[in-house]
Design a protein around this ligand. Structure first.
Ligand SMILES: [Zn+2]
Length: 99
């Protein structure tokens, strides 16, 4: 989910994208917004992860990727697609919200 600060200080939703088959404006996005509405302090910025992982060694990053793949085989499939050059590497910067 991407956000933007409006001129009057409110937060605008710029774009949403979900990994479910619906992709846009799905029930997961709605659930995320409801969770944010009820507990906005429980949100975290993607920048936090970038800062953390940029300090990790290459071996730690490889271990992290492999352990994620062990948790979810779809991640392994995606990692192989990246390796085989079948995935666009450049991605849009997005804010990250945690439930
Ligand atoms: Zn969804």
């Amino acid at each position: 989910m991407e956000f933007k600060n409006s001129d009057n200080g409110t937060i605008l939703i710029e774009d949403t994208l979900c990994s479910c088959p619906v992709k846009y404006r799905c029930k997961h996005t709605a659930a995320l917004l409801i969770a944010y509405h009820h507990n906005p302090n429980d949100t975290r910025d993607q920048q936090e992860l970038i800062q953390y992982f940029s300090k990790q060694t290459k071996n730690n990053l490889i271990e992290t990727l492999l352990s994620l793949g062990e948790r979810d085989l779809k991640i392994f499939e995606h990692l192989f697609k990246i390796k085989d050059g079948k995935v666009r590497k450049k991605r849009k910067k997005a804010k990250y919200i945690r439930f």
